[in-house]
Design a protein around this ligand. Structure first.
Ligand code: ADP
Length: 494
């Protein structure tokens, strides 16, 4: 990205005053905002806080309130186009002595149907992922074993259950044999696409989406083998319309259980559907997290399960060079950013802002100055967000500007530079949010790669945050003079 031009004057249309008086919302919006803030569900990753700025005023820092766990999970899926490798090992709990507890190192060992093996190779899969090594022998065993599997997003859970369930389909029997239940429309479509791709050499297997917009004719009996849908629609089809014989279902998969229980009504619907299925049906549940509510739910739905867990890959600041840039106002901040991007050569970069408004303004100004940047914030529709994420993933834009809340959905390894245009703030303590800081930048320096984190500081308070981070992580954050091109060039060579 070329960005050497400094700006001395902000475009009036951007509202320079707006900028200098920080992100304080206009009076009319304020009441609405207060109500929203009161209603924020912190566990869903929303945040708001206030922090003192250079001129002693208080900035109301509100992030996107309308980002759900489901949205975040979907964003992770869209952004991730390859496997997340992990060094951790899978833990197996509650297995019976006669269960297959070996792990496979190749797909060939699983004696899969030739067509499925071909499908896997076409998708570029050469060997099972860590979770697949252990999960697949269990899932393919006879008699079938129920499974609860937890591992972070991107580790190959979807591919595992799609593969295992396709192995159980009898194409000649024209009735639903596999039900995959996803928490949202988007996630269901995504999983369905993976299943279709994997089964592409077995065209006899047919799929049906049980999601909004998909309807069945009165009295219709569904003859497709695999149904992928959301709980509400599936409940209608199974319980209200009796659109197929549930007693013939061989595999039931509850995907993204942590997202499922976060959605009103889904827990109850999932249990009702599960209860209608035959005793012989193999049940599987997948989740990216394993906190108590998820595990309680999992065990309510999945009877006598084997439980497998793969610990999250620890994020660390080991390979990351951290800097801070002190700026006195927004113009200095923007100029510093322009200098940095104009000087350093980089792969892809994230810029994190605290509010939708400041993220949008920054994107607008950068675009106005001729730079191609992407923006994601809670304001965008799912489609717009997906498009922005895809463009970034494909490298069409090398810079993605995101708000705090959006940051939680983001997980991209090719990113080598992270700019905290605003440091993350913990809503309750009003201090720097160390966990989010680590999550934002801990991904840049993975697998021996060098990462670069640049933090913008614009008040004594936020400067104090830098010291807090240094003490907490025991790593130095060096000062960077962003007006000095030579100095910026030096960090580039490190
Ligand atoms: P999860 O469901 O845990 O989020 P996915 O099954 O969606 O993980 O896999 C994440 C990414 O890795 C996808 O792009 C998928 O195509 C790819 N993937 C999954 N399994 C393998 C494998 N064995 N080899 C190579 N790529 C894989």
């Amino acid at each position: 990205m070329e960005m050497t031009t400094k700006i001395d004057n902000w475009d009036e249309s951007l509202g320079i005053n707006d900028f200098n008086t920080d992100d304080k919302p206009k009076a009319a919006e304020e009441n609405q905002l207060t109500t929203k803030i009161e209603n924020i569900n912190l566990s869903a990753g929303d945040s708001s806080a206030s922090v003192s700025t250079t001129n002693g005023t208080t900035t109301e820092l509100t992030a996107d309130e309308n980002v759900s766990t489901a949205d975040l999970s979907y964003m992770r899926k869209v952004l991730r186009n390859k496997l997340l490798h992990t060094k951790n090992n899978v833990e197996v709990h509650r297995s019976k002595p006669d269960n297959p507890l070996y792990s496979v190192k190749s797909f060939e060992e699983l004696r899969l149907p030739e067509e499925l093996l071909k499908g896997l190779y076409d998708m570029g899969f050469s060997a099972p992922s860590k979770i697949q090594e252990t999960a697949l022998p269990l899932l393919l065993a006879n008699p079938p074993i129920n499974l609860i599997a937890q591992s972070q997003s991107g580790t190959g859970k979807t591919a595992a259950f799609v593969l295992a369930s396709l192995c159980r389909v009898e194409p000649a029997e024209r009735t639903p044999q596999v039900i995959v239940m996803s928490p949202t429309y988007e996630l269901a479509i995504q999983t369905g696409e993976v299943a279709k791709q994997m089964a592409k050499h077995i065209p006899q297997i047919t799929f049906r989406f049980g999601v909004r917009g998909e309807n069945i004719q009165r009295g219709e009996q569904i003859a497709d083998h695999v149904i992928i849908g959301t709980p509400g629609k599936l409940m209608d089809w199974i319980i209200k319309f009796k659109a197929f014989d549930v007693k013939k279902v061989k595999v039931f998969i509850l995907d993204e259980a942590d997202v499922m229980i976060d959605t009103q009504g889904h827990r109850h619907q999932s249990i009702r559907i599960q209860r209608s299925l035959p005793e012989t049906c193999q049940m599987m549940l997948f989740s990216a997290t394993y906190d108590k509510p998820v595990m309680d739910f999992a065990e309510q739905v999945i009877k006598e399960p084997v439980i497998i867990k793969l610990k999250r890959e620890e994020e660390s600041l080991e390979n990351i060079n951290q800097y801070y840039v002190y700026c006195n106002n927004e113009i200095e901040k923007y100029n510093a950013l322009a200098n940095i991007f104009g000087t350093i050569s980089m792969g892809q970069a994230f810029i994190f802002c605290h509010t939708k408004a400041s993220a949008a303004r920054l994107a607008q100004q950068l675009r106005k100055d001729g730079h191609s940047v992407g923006l994601i914030s809670g304001e965008l529709s799912v489609e717009e967000r997906t498009l922005a994420l895809q463009r970034f993933r494909e490298g069409q834009e090398r810079v993605l500007i995101a708000t705090n809340v959006m940051a939680r959905g983001i997980d991209v390894e090719q990113v080598t530079v992270v700019v905290n245009y605003d440091l993350p703030i913990n809503v309750e303590t009003r201090e720097v949010d160390k966990e989010t800081y680590l999550h934002r930048i801990g991904r840049t320096g993975r697998f021996g790669k060098e990462g670069l984190a640049i933090n913008f500081v614009d008040s004594p308070k936020t400067f104090g945050f830098i010291t807090d981070l240094e003490i907490h992580f025991g790593r130095k954050i060096l000062k960077l003079d962003a007006t000095d091109i030579d100095e910026i060039e030096k960090i580039n060579q490190e």
